[in-house]
Write a protein that binds this ligand. Structure first.
Ligand SMILES: [Zn+2]
Length: 343
């Protein structure tokens, strides 16, 4: 089982355990509220509290792991996401609320303090509030998974930047990066695990084309010293172009060189996939639209600087630090990834 699947599984499993635990704690404490305190109900509350604690540790470990190890999306993606920040806010609120009950229950367990109805009543109320916050966290997490909470992408300035850069001669994200390097931010280096992850999710964007029979033209020179940094796949005009990976549309863009283009992110939001020279887009395709692998996005054409005699798909992949900057990234040769994906 891939580690990211295991992490997601434990993270979600902790939800059932934790919600059950904190709810059960509240119910048991409610039952304990009589004079003298019902010992058996207190015991049940402490057992439920243990499960609540196990869930909290599981959440913390799997959550921090997923956030920092980049098994899903990049750390930058999470930290800029409103839904993620709402989720973290509620998590911090739970931690703050839990401090006093935790200490009190530890004292009960160690026999340093007698269980009493006043404390039990307070912890009951706090537990219900925590339940509500956990439910709120689920809402935020689901919103995030459905693509909500992503800040509005392009400010006018960055869009103009990429417009001027792309309108010129460049048609791969990387070339743009080197041109707009007013403040030269270092481009990310794709690691082999990044590439493996992408390759495992990749499919050919054109049906019926065997990648084993294609030749790489990644390093071919185009117009002077500029490297091609993409894969050209020859195909008749109007051949359907499919999304090579699950993810979302970042930007439908038109440039003199690339013609009609689709910039898309993979589902991990680590790579930008770009399709150029399209004859047209799939009906209704729009910025931000979620994509599944194999979904129709457009048709092969020769818009931009492609020859009408040689309609083809210009397919580029770039490693990105932040897919909101959809025109920037480190170019990666798509062909070996496609070939590995098909093996
Ligand atoms: Zn090309």
């Amino acid at each position: 089982m891939p580690i990211r699947l295991a992490l997601a599984w434990f993270h979600l499993l902790a939800l059932g355990v934790g919600l059950g635990g904190v709810w059960g704690r509240a119910r048991a404490l409610h039952d304990a509220l009589r004079e003298p305190v019902d010992e058996r109900a207190i015991k049940r509350a402490l057992i439920a509290d243990t499960w609540w604690g196990i869930a909290a540790v599981t959440w913390l470990v799997t959550g921090v792991w997923r956030l920092t190890a980049g098994t899903e999306k990049s750390t930058a993606y999470y930290l800029s996401n409103y839904a993620f920040n709402a989720k973290m806010g509620m998590f911090v609120a739970i931690l703050a609320l839990e401090a006093w009950p935790m200490m009190t229950l530890i004292r009960w367990r160690m026999g340093k303090r007698e269980p009493n109805t006043r404390d039990a009543g307070r912890i009951e109320v706090i537990s219900y509030v925590e339940c509500a916050l956990v439910v709120g966290m689920v809402f935020a997490a689901v919103s995030m998974a459905r693509g909500f909470g992503v800040p509005r992408p392009t400010s006018a300035a960055t869009l103009t930047d990429s417009l001027t850069a792309l309108g010129d001669s460049a048609d791969s994200p990387a070339t743009v990066a080197s041109k707009t390097a007013a403040t030269p931010a270092p481009l990310p280096t794709p690691t082999s695990s990044d590439l493996q992850l992408l390759s495992s999710e990749l499919a050919m964007p054109l049906a019926g084309v065997d990648p084993a029979k294609l030749q790489s033209n990644f390093n071919a020179l185009r117009g002077g010293n500029r490297r091609h940094e993409a894969l050209d796949i020859m195909a008749p005009r109007r051949t359907p172009v499919m999304s090579a990976a699950a993810g979302r549309v970042l930007k439908l863009f038109t440039s003199r060189a690339g013609g009609l283009m689709v910039y898309a992110a993979d589902s991990a939001e680590r790579f930008i996939l770009m399709y150029a020279h399209l004859d047209g887009y799939a009906p209704g395709l729009h910025d931000g639209q979620p994509l599944s692998r194999g979904q129709l996005i457009g048709y092969v054409g020769f818009t931009g600087n492609a020859s009408p005699k040689a309609p083809h798909l210009h397919f580029a992949i770039a490693r990105s630090d932040d897919v909101r900057r959809w025109s920037k990234g480190t170019p990666v040769d798509p062909l070996p990834l496609l070939q590995a994906a098909h093996r």
